[in-house]
Design a protein around this ligand. Sequence first.
Ligand SMILES: [Zn+2]
Length: 307
Amino acid sequence: MVLSVILIAAQSGGLYLTKVATLERAYYLHLPDRWFEVLHEPHAVPAAVLPAGGAASAAWPLPIATMRYVAQPGDNLSRIKDRFGLTLDTLSSLNRDAGSGVHNVGVGEVFAIPNQDGLFREVESRDHLETVAASYGLAGSDVLAANPGVDAQSVSGSLFFPGAQHSGLERLLRMGLGFDRPLHGGRVSSAFGMRVDPFSGKWRMHRGIDIAAPRGTRVRAAADGRVERVASNNVLGNFVVLDHQARSYQSLYAHLSAVHVRVGERVSTGNTIGRVGSTGMSTGPHLHFELWSRRQPINPASEVPGL
Ligand SMILES: [Zn+2]
């Protein structure tokens, strides 16, 4: 749809344009200039992008290009995606990747706006690229065509997957709607981030959030997932790790007095997986709760409503 609009804009203007950034300029021309802060031209696009034969013979996929949009009063992600004819998946993939939710859009905040729908995903190698592409019904060559300048042999890093969209839980997670509180009740007794360690007295990273609650309180799965690990050590005590959406996210529940799940078991949001306790390095009954995204600990308070 975006492609056809671009072509119409270019043809009706009698122009032969060779840069996507220029095409975007044509497409977005009906919006005031002051709404756009930086025109980003990552790649010069071959003239073949605009074939003489028109849309029917247009090359697909279109090389990715983005521009930047400055949020206006009253904007939210939904309004912005409507304004540019994009999906929420596309917009959140580019702008809310760490899962900061879709609700809070500040006036003046700058958003990356792509010239087509799709998702950015990290890949580690050419083989991995093929695997991820296949999961979206794409060929690796489609993805490479959308990412000009990427060396086909030594592929790694963030690539644009044209037309790819999330499904199910992953969409909810990306939008900050996927997680529920792991405890009903309780009180946050220690936040995520640097703190003085209560045992060593040293300044250390606290990778999760502590929620104080009576011993035996039900600990619930924060999202649909699969039990990846049930174990015990002298720091975390008895703990459970859940895997959500093929390791896009993981959650960890520590210091449990009892564990009610086994490795490999599937759980749904709200299912009881164990009980609050004080096992391991703990000064009293509480749940130590961690969330990980792409192998990095993230602040649960930014993902879980009400934490
Ligand atoms: Zn903790």
